[in-house]
Write a new protein. Structure first.
Length: 283
């Protein structure tokens, strides 16, 4: 089922993001985690790729294995940074061969370890337009409730988002956020900008202080002060932080469902525990 059909219903849709394991042992562990998550009847799993477009052969191997071993649909990511047109064409052909219906189109991040990279498409909207013209895929794109790190203002960011929608995107999957008011305000801004495709909330369960230290510099997101202080004050107590994250995100998701959000897309980091506990609390 394609994105434009999936999100036409009033019920909040559940989906999960996973990333490709880099060895067979980790892949087997991921299969165990997927088995747990599948109990919540997700509509699909999205599969990230290297943000810079590297390791495409390994990515294809993982994607093929997942398609062969699980019944739930997979939505692959496609990035254009550090990829030639030939590489993108090859990747699209591969996805067609797997009877892919939905993709998430992203620019991707510039590589940190090298200045020697190249782009055929410089922006996500160029990639979206190319995919739309050459495939029958239903296309998702990224949205940023607090603005992209590279955008000077949220208004500039929404103008960029409008380009992606006008190029053919069917749905918006947001970056993680921890304050629902920021998300609701974002929806109002999109409505004023006449963006009318479904907006799916990106949900990141906090599982450790180390995780926060890693992700916060990479994204423009804010944490509620009380929640942040509790994590900082107990950062050495891993069980406490994980439990706190489950409680916080459960309340966040319950409020989103109450306000009829189209979908919850959980960034699982290939671990089912916290996400499953949250879903037990809200479903």
């Amino acid at each position: 089922m394609k994105l434009r059909e999936i999100y036409q219903f009033e019920k909040t849709i559940i989906s999960f993001e996973i990333f490709p394991p880099d060895d067979e042992e980790k892949f087997k562990k991921l299969q165990d985690e997927i088995t747990i998550l599948n109990k919540y009847t997700p509509q699909f799993f999205s599969l990230t790729c290297g943000a810079t477009g590297k390791k495409s052969r390994a990515y294809r191997t993982v994607l093929e294995k997942l398609k062969q071993t699980i019944d739930t649909d997979i939505m692959p990511h496609i990035t254009c940074i550090n990829r030639s047109k030939e590489e993108i064409d090859s990747h699209i052909s591969f996805l067609k061969s797997l009877k892919t219906e939905n993709v998430l189109a992203l620019r991707g991040d510039y590589p940190e370890d090298s200045e020697d990279f190249y782009n055929y498409f410089c922006y996500a909207n160029d990639l979206v337009e190319y995919i739309k013209t050459n495939t029958d895929f239903s296309i998702a794109v990224a949205g940023y409730p607090e603005g992209h790190l590279e955008s000077k203002t949220i208004e500039d960011d929404i103008e960029n988002l409008k380009k992606k929608i006008s190029s053919g995107a069917d749905a918006i999957f947001t970056q993680m956020f921890f304050e629902n008011d920021k998300f609701f305000n974002y929806l109002e801004r999109l409505e004023k900008a006449k963006i009318q495709v479904p907006v799916i909330a990106g949900i990141m369960p906090i599982i450790s202080f180390k995780q926060l230290e890693k992700i916060m510099p990479l994204a423009r997101v804010t944490l509620p002060a009380e929640f942040k202080n509790k994590i900082i004050n107990h950062f050495q107590d891993k069980d406490y932080v994980k439990k706190l994250g489950i409680e916080f995100t459960s309340k966040q998701c319950a409020e989103l469902i109450e306000n009829k959000v189209k979908g919850l897309h959980f960034f699982t980091l290939n671990k089912a525990f916290s996400t499953s506990k949250i879903l037990d609390n809200i479903l």
